[in-house]
Design a protein around this ligand. Structure first.
Ligand code: FAD
Length: 330
């Protein structure tokens, strides 16, 4: 059975029944139908195979970038198998600015709308005009506009109503020729006379300094989402922990950094088996080598339980855990 170890960034040892690659829409559809039990995979940086998968893993490698120019904007139609960071780098080199805050996020373009990737104050939803997909049940191509994608914080219709029902084949982006740089977040605030290039360089520098390289210590980026709680729940939390960092979000809700909760709960640097809560970024769990799926599940559950007991806040995984039969909830 083919090994999946090099096909997901956590690099756990796991196998699939089959491993197949598709480069175009007809072969994507035909493979999905040939293997009813399948898991679509881009670059595996949001997926952790915690045990052998009893089905076919189908690698999306639909490539190509089509460009059209107007007086006001550049439009890009990008194959779902293109690498995200290469797209950001290519765009910057061509003078198509805006996406530089999202540099160095691992993964394929086709996965970017699924959890609405974001960093440094921007989300991919800010640039997407539409997403092209094929419905597995009918084989029909559909195009969803930005509003129809129902983008939210690390969320979209592709993680909800359309989960497991479609193959994303292309993503359409619009980069306005007049744009404003976004330096409102973190280290970017300190940039003097920022340019798109200096933002790109700084984002890469900071990410390399803070986040473990998956090729050195397997990981899937943020393991948990930052919890969003009601204003009432937040008042209670703040009464007990006045120092709790927080950000107001839509509908009077409040976002709390999961890293702070995990750190306060005493998990920074903590290890279960061969999985460790990263020392400089406790939101990231890392594979110290030879880690197992049970190590991952044990540590993740322990963190969730402790944070819940101590702060009455429920953590939700950002990563997709895949077991024998498919997606697994913690
Ligand atoms: C070191 C590191 C840092 C990270 N930093 C960030 C960050 O700053 N911000 C952020 O938002 N994310 C971040 N991530 C998470 C990750 O980069 C994103 O979730 C990315 O979009 C995953 O892309 P992928 O191709 O690797 O997805 P995969 O793991 O291959 O797939 C993700 C999900 O999408 C489904 N899928 C994939 N392709 C298709 C398709 N064509 N059609 C239908 N379904 C599909 C899969 O079945 C799976 O459920 C980070 C990850 C790592 C390892």
């Amino acid at each position: 059975m083919p090994s999946l170890q090099n096909y997901h960034s956590f690099h756990l040892q796991a196998e699939a029944q089959q491993l197949e690659t598709f480069h175009d829409v007809p072969s994507a559809l035909s493979l999905c139908r040939q293997y009813p039990q399948h898991y679509l995979l881009g670059e595996g940086s949001n997926t952790v195979f915690i045990e052998n998968y009893d089905g076919a893993v189908l690698l999306n490698r639909i490539t190509g970038i089509e460009v059209s120019n107007s007086d006001t904007a550049v439009s890009l139609r990008v194959g779902a198998g293109e690498n995200w960071h290469n797209l950001v780098t290519t765009a910057l080199a061509q003078g198509w600015h805006g996406m530089e805050n999202l540099a160095l996020i691992p993964g394929a373009v086709g996965a970017s709308p699924i959890q609405n990737i974001g960093a440094y104050g921007l989300e991919v939803a800010d640039f997407i005009t539409s997403v092209e997909m094929v419905e597995l049940a009918t084989g029909l191509t559909q195009v969803l506009n930005n509003a129809e994608c129902q983008f939210g914080y690390r969320d979209s219709i592709f993680k909800q109503a359309l989960l497991g029902k479609v193959i994303i084949t292309h993503v359409n982006f619009c980069l306005p020729k007049t744009y404003s740089l976004n330096t409102r977040y973190g280290e970017l605030k300190a940039l003097e006379n920022p340019t798109a290039q200096s933002i790109y360089n700084e984002v890469i520098r900071v990410r390399r300094a803070k986040l473990p390289d998956p090729d050195v210590a397997g990981n899937a980026g943020s393991f948990f989402k930052n919890p969003v709680i009601s204003a009432t729940a937040f008042s209670k939390l703040q009464a007990r922990y006045p120092e709790v960092p927080h950000y107001p979000v839509a509908d009077d809700n409040v976002k709390i950094p999961a890293a702070w909760l995990i750190d306060q709960a005493g998990y920074k640097g903590k290890q279960v088996g061969k999985v460790k809560c990263h020392i400089t970024q406790p939101l990231v769990l890392t594979n110290l080598g030879q880690a197992t799926g049970s190590d991952v599940v044990l540590l993740a559950r322990e963190i969730m339980d402790t944070v819940n007991t101590r702060f009455n806040v429920a953590l939700e995984p950002e990563v997709r855990l895949v077991g024998k039969e498919g997606l697994v909830n913690l």
